[in-house]
Design a binder for this molecule. Structure first.
Ligand code: ATP
Ligand code: MG
Length: 326
């Protein structure tokens, strides 16, 4: 295997426990070189800066970065880092695992969330003591870029097609543009695309998640609905995510710093290891990524398990078990 460089940014809290676990997995499956970099509350306390320029520059130049979590400074860290990799899509698989308690054990849905605009455009104004406004930004170009990614994604996943979630019946101009661009790209590419209103989606995915495979969403809808799906599969400790740009990627567990269990060595490393599996796939090591996923699945169903899943094992013991299966 090649010696690709991976930037490793553990951050704060359990980030410093689960990212080293994911790094051990990467060291086990490939010959990568690793560069560790700081970000978050701890480095801010030391230097005054939550995101040192050196870290930003490393991430902006590398093919792939593995990130853990940042505490109070999360927004100051993760938003610029997503921008550093020019990430236009956040890929969030929500999948239940055999043997893990879940509200809907049949859930296997991947959210493709637009990652640059929508209501997170940053255009908020306080116009008077009584009035604040927000400008919701939707561009054809960002919507098309997301749709093109979705078409390739479902082809790789052997899925029949995808759903596009929107509320174009009310937000006719913005979601109208989003809907139109996504459906047009799908049609041009010969990919089946169904549409579903976002409020109806929230109900349908709870009642029967098997109706959905890949779901393409504007920014806020993707954020909220993927967290809802996280609830269906039972447990933040299991959910990975990938911020994908045209050339680079930033991979991070969906969970945060979990201050209540930080430092105890009991954080579930599954989300971080599964994020690193997405990193492997992004770098073209598809088989390794699939092997890692299978190994994590085995360990989740047979144990050992961390306390969040009802077990009494620590982070290292679970990581050892995953490496054994590999
Ligand atoms: P932050 O502000 O950094 O997001 P938080 O208090 O919201 O911190 P999260 O990391 O978002 O904490 O997690 C919420 C809860 O879920 C935690 O308190 C923790 O108990 C549990 N949790 C999250 N991730 C894990 C994990 N990897 N292993 C075990 N439990 C976890
Ligand atoms: Mg949180």
């Amino acid at each position: 295997m090649s010696g690709e460089e991976i930037i490793v940014v553990p951050g704060d809290g359990i980030g410093t426990e689960v990212v080293p676990a994911a790094r051990r997995m990467l060291e086990h499956v490939g010959e990568f070189s690793f560069v560790e970099a700081d970000a978050g509350d701890a480095v801010k306390a030391e230097t005054g800066e939550a995101l040192p320029e050196e870290t930003y520059d490393l991430v902006a130049a590398a093919d792939a970065t593995l990130f853990g979590a940042a505490g109070e400074t999360a927004a100051d860290v993760i938003l610029p880092l997503r921008e550093a990799v020019d990430s236009f899509v956040n890929v969030r698989p929500a999948r239940a695992y055999p043997g893990v308690d879940a509200v809907r054990p049949e859930t296997d849905v991947v959210f493709l969330r637009e990652n640059t605009e929508g209501v997170y455009s940053g255009h908020e104004d306080r116009l008077s003591d009584d009035l604040s406004t927000l400008t919701r930004v939707i561009t054809t170009s960002a919507s098309e870029r997301l749709a093109e990614f979705a078409c390739e994604f479902v082809a790789d996943r052997d899925a029949d097609g995808f759903h596009v979630v929107h509320k174009a019946n009310v937000m006719r101009e913005t979601d109208g543009r989003f809907r139109e661009a996504v459906l047009r790209v799908a049609e041009e590419r010969g990919v089946d695309a169904d549409e579903v209103l976002m409020d109806a989606f929230a109900t349908h995915v709870c009642l029967d998640p098997t109706r959905f495979d890949t779901v393409v969403c504007p920014n806020l809808a993707g954020d909220v609905l993927s967290d809802l799906a996280a609830g269906l599969v039972g447990g933040l400790g299991l959910l990975p995510s990938a911020n994908i740009g045209p050339e680079r990627g930033l991979f991070e567990p969906v969970h945060g710093t979990a201050p209540d269990i930080a430092g105890e060595g009991v954080a579930n490393p599954a989300a971080a290891i599964l994020s690193a599996a997405m990193l492997l796939e992004f770098l073209g090591h598809e088989e390794d990524g699939a092997d890692v996923r299978a190994a994590v699945e085995d360990v989740l169903s047979d144990g050992p398990r961390t306390p969040d899943l009802g077990g009494d094992a620590g982070t290292d013991e679970v990581t050892d078990a995953v490496l054994d299966r590999l």
